[in-house]
Design a protein around this ligand. Structure first.
Ligand code: ADP
Ligand code: F6P
Length: 323
């Protein structure tokens, strides 16, 4: 297909800091190549409803440092229906959209694959704080989310230390423990619980806390990924079994907002540029991936079939350096 004259860009699924930087790069790269760029609001919903507008160079000014997404985001169950898909394709025709950059997670990639199969080439960019997309080592938003979690736990540590307590902190990650693992290492957590690895509170975590207490430790941080379970219950159990007063804190959606870090702005900018470069050559049904320090692209179908094994070595290392 070569010579595109117009493309679209949308953000879909959970938002992530750095999505705006990616949108900005997509718009600027397209316009630099002489390609019109349409913004599609609220993910696939905007495509279905025709909530589509042309983006100018200056529409994306003053956005690189902002979290959230100026295009809004949504989950769109209707897009999975035949009726929704037809409406989306008709709107692409109506606006002359010949390709789409989809910024989101695996779910959004599935939509991009379906659109590509129907003749609208799409390129996916990994955007989610969870870093749980198998085809890429890095997803936009992960660094900012980890830094936010770290900063919040640093604050918690002050009061945990003053009261000689145990803080049980829930970080985001319904299915993935990547934020918990990395932020847990960064805050010096005594224990890190993730959905990927089984744990035994009574026979592993409790003895570990008591051993560190014997060697003089007076306050304790336990980081728990959202997918593991109720932190209030975990805190109550730990308190009952150790005799150390425990408090649970849920960091929640603060981790999804805020100014993107250098890493997220830089990665998002490069991925946005890369995606448009692909689309401009008529290449679709691909996702942009960061692997072994390089940006590459992979077939969406292949990307969706990949698995991302949890970093058990790093998890074990974290356990050693927290005794
Ligand atoms: P994420 O992209 O963050 O994984 P979701 O899983 O919520 O987020 O997916 C975002 C949107 O992508 C969904 O609301 C839906 O419109 C579309 N999508 C998800 N799964 C599929 C699928 N199997 N087929 C087509 N579209 C899908
Ligand atoms: O995918 C990112 C994420 O923040 C998960 O870690 C979390 O479980 C989920 O989104 C929450 O999504 P929401 O509250 O927007 O439905």
């Amino acid at each position: 297909m070569g010579n595109m004259s117009a493309i679209g860009v949308l953000t879909s699924g959970g938002d992530a800091p750095g999505m705006n930087a990616a949108v900005r790069a997509v718009v600027r790269t397209a316009i630099a190549m002489g390609i019109k760029c349409f913004g599609i609001r609220r993910g696939y919903n905007g495509l279905i409803e025709g909530d589509i507008f042309e983006l100018t160079l200056r529409d994306v000014s003053d956005t690189i440092h902002r979290g959230g997404t100026i295009l809004y985001t949504a989950r769109s169950p209707k897009f999975k229906t035949e009726e929704g898909m037809e409406m989306a394709i008709n709107n692409c025709k109506k606006f002359g959209i010949q390709g789409i950059v989809v910024i989101g997670g695996d779910g959004s990639y599935r939509g991009a694959r379906d659109l590509s199969l129907r003749g609208i080439p799409c390129v996916g960019i990994p955007g989610t704080i969870d870093n749980d997309i198998a085809s890429t080592d890095y997803t936009i938003g992960f660094d900012t989310a980890m830094n936010t979690a770290m900063e919040m736990v640093d604050r918690l540590r002050d009061t945990t230390q003053s009261h000689e307590r145990c803080s049980v902190v829930e970080v985001m990650g319904r299915h993935a423990g990547w934020i918990a693992l990395q932020a847990g290492i960064a805050v010096g957590a005594t224990a890190i619980l993730v959905p990927e690895i089984e744990y035994d509170l009574r026979n592993e975590i409790v003895p570990k806390i008591l051993n560190t207490q014997k060697s003089g430790k007076k306050h304790f941080i336990v980081i728990v990924a959202e997918g593991v379970g109720d932190v209030d219950k975990i805190a109550a159990k730990l308190e009952a079994l150790t005799g150390i007063e425990a408090r649970a804190t849920v960091l929640g959606h603060v981790q999804r907002g805020g100014r993107p870090t250098v890493r997220d702005r830089q990665m998002a900018s490069c991925m946005g540029y890369y995606a448009v470069e692909l689309l401009s050559r008529g290449v679709g049904n691909r996702v942009v991936c960061y692997r072994s320090g390089m940006l590459i692209d992979t077939d969406i179908y292949e990307a969706l079939n990949m698995t991302k094994p949890f970093d058990v070595d790093m998890y074990n290392m974290a356990n050693v350096i927290s005794i």
